[in-house]
Design a protein around this ligand. Structure first.
Ligand code: ADP
Ligand code: MG
Length: 499
């Protein structure tokens, strides 16, 4: 071999070696990055862990906080608001009633016709629209004008069929935000939640604001009741099944209400109702306990939200937030490795990942996770490898499993407070071992998260059985109620006007 040939051969060997070295280095680097990602996942999973022992501590804390919130004004983060609803609809109601519902994402308008017996409940003309996002931080005038004009259009459409002229239409205003009531038909806004920020409205009478906007348009509509969405749902639940004593909403936000004995509402002594009970709106989104498994991602989400230090429980279990917790975990992973490639900065955008996408990814049962790939593509991330797509599904699972399990602990806490958990309640003096006769208890549940996200629902129901035990669980029926809050609020107007 000539000198030149030898030089060439050795140059080729050197080149091959350095290419191999680069490849090995890359592989080592990529393995190291993947290890980082796996460690972030592991740490997150541990932070979200909610074994049944921990859930039981949350159950106890919920029951204790409920008690404290009933004992004195400001006694707990749970406001335990009086609703002045003591007689729930029983099926004898008659007539035509309307409901306008301002939720966190949607507003709905509907009309119901009641024929005087349970089986005659005719829900007519349900309209559901997304709330235009500019309204969420507009002014009281803009918001109520919008609601009034939507109602005007609704009743213009019905012509004179449903309402002979000159007859006032009775309306329930279903309002999914905390309100301090003075009676069933009026109450002032305590604070906004779920990203709404119209500060001038805090402290104002919400029913009066709507009535004013309706009057200015000359509409023959009377705001007969201001109803929290959970209370509307309880009304419908009770109408169909009088064993319904608790309802919970898992939609954009989350909240619960239940039927409480008036003598247990210590902060309002001398409260007399014919039924001896009153519906209490817990505003449970604000529940807090050191037993809740909180991670650094939850802390950041809270700090950067429009309502920091508020609604801590809601921020772990409700539809508005689950997608953003997932996003924060992915963002951290993509910052510490390049698993999502150069376009991963999309995850720096708050709320870019919606909970609808979380459920779609989580429930993707195609072998190649094509739905996950589609959602990532829509976010501008193409060719994300399968193992990264699997990672996404896992993060969704961790977030939703924690949410479902905490939701179950919340429900079990209410059952404990009212002595339907098989233990006899927290104030009865009964010891835990002494089982009280268990009564059938129906928990009504509604909201977009619960209705549409099967895995959330399954995790919640599974954890409820784990907490209560098989025997007690047989008496606890969880019932889904679509659009329950709007329909139920209309029923409540009917029963309140007839009682
Ligand atoms: P609102 O909160 O306005 O009363 P809903 O009860 O319908 O409205 O809840 C809407 C919320 O439910 C959405 O913002 C979303 O967070 C959640 N949601 C709706 N559909 C799904 C879905 N398919 N998967 C997961 N979450 C969903
Ligand atoms: Mg709702």
């Amino acid at each position: 071999m000539g000198k030149v040939a030898v030089a060439f051969a050795s140059a080729a060997v050197v080149a091959a070696c350095s290419v191999a070295a680069v490849m090995v280095r890359r592989r080592v680097k990529s393995r190291r990055k993947w290890r980082t990602v796996v460690e972030i996942l592991k740490e997150f999973e541990e932070g979200c862990d909610a074994p049944v022992g921990r859930l039981r501590q949350v159950v106890d804390a919920m029951a204790v906080e409920m008690h404290a919130g009933l004992a004195s004004e400001g006694g707990s983060k749970l406001k335990m608001l009086l609703t002045y609803v003591h007689d729930l609809p029983n099926g004898t109601e008659k007539g035509t009633y309307y409901a306008l519902h301002l939720g966190g994402t949607y507003f709905r308008i509907l009309r119901v016709h009641l024929g005087g017996e349970r089986s005659y409940l005719d829900v007519q003309d349900v309209e559901r629209h997304p709330i235009p996002s500019h309204l969420m931080n507009s002014t009281s005038e803009v918001l109520f004008n919008f609601l009034a004009s939507s109602l005007e259009r609704f009743i213009q459409k019905e012509g004179n069929e449903s309402n002979s002229q000159g007859v006032i239409r009775e309306l329930a205003f279903t309002f999914s935000f905390p309100v301090k009531h003075t009676c069933i038909s009026s109450g002032v806004l305590i604070k906004w939640t779920k990203g709404f920020e119209i500060s001038e409205m805090v402290g104002k009478d919400i029913a009066e604001c709507l009535q004013g906007a309706l009057n200015r348009r000359g509409l023959d509509i009377h705001v007969a009741a201001l109803v929290n969405d959970t209370v509307g749902a309880l009304s419908l639940g009770y109408y169909h099944d009088p064993d319904t004593v608790v309802t919970v909403v898992f939609g954009t936000g989350s909240n619960a209400c239940y039927l409480e004995r008036t003598d247990a509402i210590i902060k309002c002594q001398g409260l007399l109702t014919t039924s001896g009970s009153m519906v209490v709106n817990m505003e449970w989104g604000n529940f807090w306990s050191s037993h809740l498994p909180r991670t650094a991602y939850d802390i950041d989400l809270d700090a950067e939200s429009s309502n920091p230090n508020d609604m801590g429980f809601e921020k772990m279990i409700a539809g508005l937030y689950l997608g953003d917790i997932v996003r924060r975990v992915i963002l951290r992973m993509s910052q510490e490795s390049d698993i999502f490639g150069p376009s991963s900065s999309v995850f720096s955008q708050p709320y870019v990942l919606r909970t609808n996408s979380v459920s779609a990814m989580h429930e993707d049962d195609t072998p190649e996770l094509q739905e996950v790939a589609r959602i990532l593509r829509d976010l501008g991330l193409s060719d994300v490898p399968l193992k990264v797509r699997k990672l996404m599904v896992k993060i969704c699972d961790v977030v939703t499993r924690r949410a479902g399990r905490l939701a179950a602990a919340g429900i079990a806490g209410i059952l404990k407070k009212i002595g339907r958990d098989g233990g006899g309640g927290i104030t009865s003096g009964r010891s835990r071992g002494e089982m009280q006769m268990q009564r059938r208890t129906v928990v009504g549940v509604e909201g977009g998260l619960y209705m549409n996200y099967t895995m959330f629902r399954e995790y919640m129901e599974e954890a409820l059985v784990e907490i209560l035990g098989e025997e007690v669980s047989q008496y606890v029926v969880v019932k889904a109620m679509e659009d329950g809050s709007s329909i139920g609020s209309a029923l409540l107007v009917a029963s309140s006007l007839q009682s």
